[in-house]
Design a binder for this molecule. Structure first.
Ligand code: CA
Length: 218
């Protein structure tokens, strides 16, 4: 799961970034609203955490622009304001949920899980392909009816392949799904995860096409 965090408060931003990474989310952090649109256009994200009080373009304007662009990304607003009017305004503008500062980090994680769960409800709760059954919100996976324990990154790679079953997915796209900006990406990291997944699910599950990428046949 990859999260875009937009927060101008250095201290809060830093602690959120750290906490989210510890919880195994890939997270990228922007300090202002201006680059949000271009960033979302360039990289696939699963969630936007958006502070309302930002320098320059306010968070509410970022949100309205996003929805005007028909971007369906789940959005969790952060704000220091807590009047009913602000809350209604945010939800009317297309936010999926709302958290008033200060908040406990566990509360944030609970809201994130609930947002991702709701997003999954809008699609399919479970993704099923090739004897694999995968629940993205709960991060559960079963293979031939048995549940398996995967690391967060193994799961993320598998999820991308399952969502794209039948199509080849490039190594770069897989890297984008598991790394935050600035994180060191080993040149053979994706290969390492693919090989671990093959050990768990059998050597024929994932096909490789040199120079193109990987796929799970549909
Ligand atoms: Ca702020």
């Amino acid at each position: 799961m990859r999260v875009l965090l937009v927060e101008d408060d250095e201290q809060l931003g830093e602690s959120l970034e750290t906490a989210l990474r510890l919880e195994q989310y890939a997270v990228d952090w922007l300090r202002s609203g201006e680059p949000v649109r271009a960033t979302l256009g360039a990289t696939p994200y699963d969630l936007l955490i958006l502070d309302l009080g930002l320098p320059g373009v306010p968070g509410m304007q970022v949100l309205r622009q996003l929805r005007a662009d028909k971007h369906a990304l789940p959005v969790l607003l952060l704000t220091a304001r807590h009047t009913l009017e602000d809350k209604v305004d945010g939800l009317d503008s297309g936010a999926d949920d709302y958290l008033t500062k200060p908040f406990e980090i566990d509360e944030l994680f609970a809201r994130i899980r609930s947002l991702l769960r709701r997003r999954e409800d809008r699609r399919l709760t479970r993704l099923e392909v090739a004897a694999i059954s995968l629940d993205p919100a709960e991060k559960l996976v079963e293979f031939q009816g048995e549940s398996l324990d995967l690391t967060a990154r193994e799961f993320a790679i598998l999820e991308i392949l399952v969502r794209n079953a039948g199509r080849f997915v490039s190594r770069q796209r897989l890297e984008e799904g598991i790394y935050s900006w600035g994180e060191e990406v080993g040149s053979n990291t994706v290969e390492v995860y693919i090989s671990r997944l093959r050990k768990r699910f059998g050597s024929t599950l994932i096909e490789t096409m040199r120079g193109v990428g990987y796929r799970i046949p549909a």
